[in-house]
Design a protein around this ligand. Structure first.
Ligand code: PMP
Length: 406
């Protein structure tokens, strides 16, 4: 009997062929040895999850809603949850779409906004997961340089003119203004204003990804780009060119996969259709549990901010103590990450095995750049590290860097 060799990989779509295994996932394999202290992952602190509250909320939801908690429900999302979000942001519930993690929001936004060849402007560096979400819709990327004040708006204007001069259609800017993943940086107030005005003038959409905004542990809060866009549009959410996304992943729990997108009606209408094709709706039960947990949200946010603030401060103190001169690092005012820049010529990917030998791990920075660069950078996460591990880990990393620089 003969069998015909069937090459399944030859059947894959062009879209699928553009997908890559996350560079980070590959890198993380070597960091996952049991005795290695890893600052590589980006997980919220599990010991802060409000387990008893979730247990009680699940029970209450089943008592109150019965089978409706386990039934199919509307694509738009659980009405009380949408209304709560809408009220907090001063917009109608019709401008709020519940999504299964903001990661799904990014995928659906890519699907409804990006045509093949459209230019998407991204920060250099940016959130790798957004690049993964957008990639199958075949955009071109242009990188915008960033510094300690976030996006360099003058550089953005230059890039915009260059792209337009080349006849490229610049579709949108994807930005993480608060405690950015991966750098921990925050966009300054002046730049927020300038960015919103500049993009409005050029008819450029902004996707503002804000999963960390509530987790500010120092400094003064700044208005979101969405709020500034709304003000510029005279308070009319239908004329706001900023699309906003946030999540309960970092404030409550990530595993229930509850997040939302705020946008003008035509975008929401298409998100609903795209989401129907994707998962019909975000799990009913999870949305009801999250809604039930809203009263404990302020207390939970306070706890998370306090703990991340302590861990972040501790990491900065140990870095200042142990890292050699010439190494720069960001000083985040919130969120889960900080960013380290080594002198030019050093390569953090090449250095990682040496760090792992000393039982410490980080994520090299270059995968966070859409168009390459950042070989001398790394991301450190302090959110889920115990204090003594931060002490031990930063000493080991300091030794690794001192050796590399010697
Ligand atoms: N955007 C950014 C910037 C993130 O860091 C993350 C999570 N690491 C997400 C989106 C996805 O979050 P979620 O899907 O859990 O809401």
């Amino acid at each position: 009997m003969t069998t015909t060799a069937f090459d399944m990989s030859a059947q894959l779509s062009r879209r699928a062929r553009t997908m890559n295994a996350s560079a980070i996932r590959e890198i993380l394999k070597i960091t996952q040895q049991p005795d290695v202290i890893s600052f590589a992952g980006g997980l919220p602190a599990p010991e802060l999850f409000p387990i008893e509250d979730v247990r009680r909320a699940a029970d209450d939801v089943l008592t109150r809603y019965g089978p409706a908690a386990l039934q199919y429900s509307t694509t738009e999302g659980h009405a009380p949850l949408r209304e709560w979000i809408a009220m907090r942001h001063g917009i109608p519930a019709a401008n709020v779409q519940i999504v299964t993690g903001s990661q799904q929001g990014l995928d659906l936004l890519g699907k409804v906004l990006i045509d093949e060849g459209d230019t998407v402007l991204v920060e250099a560096p940016t959130y790798l997961g957004a690049l993964q979400s957008f990639q199958p819709y075949l955009p071109r990327y242009a990188q915008i340089p960033t510094d300690d004040g976030g996006i360099d708006v003058e550089a953005l204007e230059r890039v915009l003119h260059e792209q337009q001069a080349q006849g490229q259609r610049v579709k949108l800017l994807y930005a993480i203004p608060n405690f950015q993943n991966p750098t921990g940086r925050t966009l300054s107030l002046e730049r927020r204003q300038a960015l919103v005005e500049l993009t409005a003038r050029h008819g450029l959409l902004i996707i503002e990804d804000d999963p960390y905004g509530e987790l500010r542990f120092s400094g003064e809060p700044a208005p979101s780009l969405y709020e500034l866009g709304l003000a510029l549009a005279g308070g009319d959410p239908e004329r706001n060119h900023v699309i906003y996304s946030s999540s309960f992943s970092k404030t409550l729990v990530p595993g229930l996969r509850d997040a939302w997108v705020q946008a003008a009606g035509p975008v929401i209408a298409k998100l609903i259709q795209a989401k129907q094709g994707s998962d019909l709706h975000t799990p009913t039960f999870n949305q009801m549990i999250i809604t039930e947990l809203l009263p404990i949200l302020p207390r939970q946010i306070e706890t998370v901010k306090r703990v991340y603030g302590e861990r972040g401060q501790r990491m900065i103190a140990r870095i200042s103590e142990h890292f050699p001169a010439g190494v720069e690092f960001t000083q985040p005012q919130g969120g889960m990450f900080l960013w380290v820049t080594l002198p030019q010529g050093l390569d953090t990917t090449a250095l990682l095995p040496r760090a792992v030998e000393r039982k410490v791990a980080y994520v090299p920075g270059s995968p966070f750049f859409a168009l390459g660069g950042g070989e001398n950078t790394m991301r450190l996460s302090y959110s889920s590290a115990a204090p003594e591990k931060i002490d031990q880990g930063m000493r080991a990393l300091g030794e690794t860097l001192s050796e590399a620089l010697a």
